[in-house]
Design a protein around this ligand. Structure first.
Ligand code: FES
Length: 113
């Protein structure tokens, strides 16, 4: 577990952890291995909606991945189902609660429709 005071410092220090650049917030955080990007954003106090608390059911945590697709696993069946239900399909739209990057990525937090 990374202490919360250390989060959000990846732009300053080399943490060895994947960076998540949030392009529409001009903010950069890091994602500890095995931890979803949504949780890393919460720890860094990034304001993002999440109705189900990261349980891959509400779809409100959807983001657009703008860089670093190669560092992500493809969406699993449950994520695909939720994205289809909320009509946010597309190769770049993902649920941040299901993203566990292996390398640096950039995302855009999508406004709720
Ligand atoms: S937080 Fe509900 S689907 Fe991600």
């Amino acid at each position: 577990m990374v202490p919360s005071f250390a989060r959000g410092l990846s732009a300053v220090f080399n943490t060895g952890m994947p960076n998540v650049r949030i392009v529409d917030r001009d903010q950069e955080i890091f994602a500890p291995p095995g931890e979803p990007v949504l949780f890393a954003m919460w720890e860094a106090r990034v304001n993002i909606m999440s109705v189900c608390g990261g349980n891959c059911s509400c779809g409100t945590c959807n983001v657009e991945v703008v860089e670093g697709h190669e560092h992500l696993d493809p969406p699993h069946e449950g994520e695909q189902y939720v994205l289809a239900r909320i009509k946010r399909q597309g190769p770049n739209v993902r649920l941040s609660c299901q993203l566990m990057p292996r390398g640096d990525i950039a995302i855009r937090i999508r406004p709720e429709a």
